[in-house]
Design a protein around this ligand. Sequence first.
Ligand code: MIG
Length: 734
Amino acid sequence: MFKKQMVLDDVILFRTGKPFNTTAVIKEITDDFDNSDDFPYFEVKEYENYYEFVYEMDKDDYVYGLGEQLGALNKRGKEYKLYSTDDPIHTPEKGSLYGSHPFAFIDGSKKFAFMIDFPGEIVFDIGYTHKDLMTIKVPSKDFDFYLFDIEDKYEVIKKYLELTGSPFVPPKWSWGFQQCRWSYPDADTINNIAESFRKDGIPCDAIYMDIDYMKDYKVFTVDEEKFPNFEDFAKNLKKDGFKLVPIIDPGVKIEDNYSVYEEGKENNYFCKDKDGEDFVAAVWPGLTHFPDFLNKEARKWWGEKYKFFTDKGIYSFWNDMNEPSIFYSLKGFNKLVEIGENLRGNEDMGIKSFLAKEQMFDMANNREDYKSFYHRADDGSTVNHDLVHNLYGYFMAKATVEEGFDNIIPNQRYLLLSRSSYLGHHRIATIWMGDNMSWWDHMLVQMRMLQSLNMAGFFYTGADVGGFGSNASPELVIRWMQLGAFTPLYRNHSALGTREQEPFAFDEETKDIMRDIIRLRYSLIPYSYSEYMKSVSELRPFIKPLHMDYEGKRVKEIEDQYMYGDSIMVAPVHTQNAKGRFVHLPGDDKWLCWVASKYDERKMSIYFPGDFYVDADLNEIPLFIKENKLITISEPMNYVGEKEIEEITVIGLVTDKAEFTYYEDDGETKDYQKGKFAEALITVEKEGNEYKFSVEKDEHENPETGETYELAIKRIKFEIYDEHGNIIENTIEI
Ligand code: MIG
């Protein structure tokens, strides 16, 4: 039985029972419900313990959404199990990854969208069992179902974000390049990496610290032997423009006198088993307890722990392993020992170790283990983990931000990556896409996920550039670095035991090409940052699949081209040994093609709509600037904020009128929310054969201090193309 409420125009909430308060939705829901059984679009089937929603798909219906998932952009033809899972083998048939985002769009004979706010497993069978039926199974009688009876996808996303909150804004430096590896084992290694970037003139803004920085993998500790004078080490790197980003794992090592363990145990901050004992699971540190992030007191305790780092000027983190990933539980391990016992005597056949290994894999991330522990929710109730499983990573981020940063560094912007996430996570943090591989296919996987995640509110996200697992060839890393330059999170990461992937880990030519790509990325930051801030304030995705802007089945099938901001369509080369690729240019607009390699080298040509093979040598990536749209570039720097940007160059193909809003703020604090920012409205207009250029400054006043935020740019250069490819140049001092 459902009751319903109109929560926003054309957004109807259908509620059954007493849903767990996931806090995915921040819009206040009143008690003002009507009883109703008229559920549009779906046939609703009620069973003893669950509901099923069945939608009969038209043969031409497309289904988009579900955020972080594998497989095609159009979700039709597969089964998805939304149950957050640490699965490092991202092959196309997999139906569960680290995050759960039950929000989907039907785009076909009927157009609408829906979101199911339920934190346990939801199974989406989208034309898998029966090719034209979508069946969604929610194993509960307590959840919220939001129906967006809206055709336009931008409008749906806007309403979705009005419900769940606008996407978070990381510091400006997070548009810089970021280097990671599991692991840089000690301070010397990290200092050498930093030095190599500067010595080689390769811009870089952040270096990550993976699990080996900790003492015996104990969270909120630093191994002082490997990192002596940690505070000075962090300070010195910062002086040189490098931000350190430590990993944080939730499992707290069981070890007497380790303060995090002692405090958690004493105050009952850990998840409990059915007997009320602290639940034991093995992860990196060995046997651990899991903090109960669903409990406010525990969140507060955890959030304050980040002070250990924020006091040292470190404000950015990656919360890993928070599905939570379990190697094995104590119960599982005891079983294994039994099996081992049974196998005694067979040692020399080698079978014991083999079987044990198989068993170990079976034991990891086991559903029985998830069913065997409990949370104490904020309302005092005890909840079985399995029913709220998909919240763990999101609530860890809430602990980090709402109970941590909001108190200890309230005005500071931060970059917080999390591996696991749920609906609503995007407003306080973001995710990276987890353990991909150095496989060509995974570049396509990244592009699909990037588009889907943007539709789910994760505007700033990205995957491990170059691939995490397995070994990358120089060609693969180059192509991936090109793609990565057009994803918000631009982080190269690789796994322990795999080939090194830093720009200088390869031959000189590869390094030179990678330097040029990274410099191109930095030169585009004035564009990327301006467009990002606009997308957040307008609640329009920053990355857009072509089907968001164009109609027709041709564009709906395009997965490897997307809009990066409103002006650039990017078409990365993502296949082995390719020297170019096919590109579809949609709509009626012409496109200014920039086969880009160096930021200051223009290889431009004008294209009309249609399908083309575009050449792109190993050092080149095809970019298409939309007719009557503009981009802005500047001189690259070693790191974001090294120098003030005083001059930008505006590039575009203008046949009528083009406008661009260039945006500036301090890039580090939340003061922009109080008006501490400035914009320049740049206009290029063609009248007859004449071009008119204008720049209007909009420097805001901070209502609290009365201060005006002044633009740093002083000069705007124009490189405008007409439809014949002629260049019109101009400079305006402002
Ligand atoms: O079990 O910390 O996704 O980025 O390098 C593996 C080591 C744990 C998984 C993360 C990956 C990270 C790795 N972690």
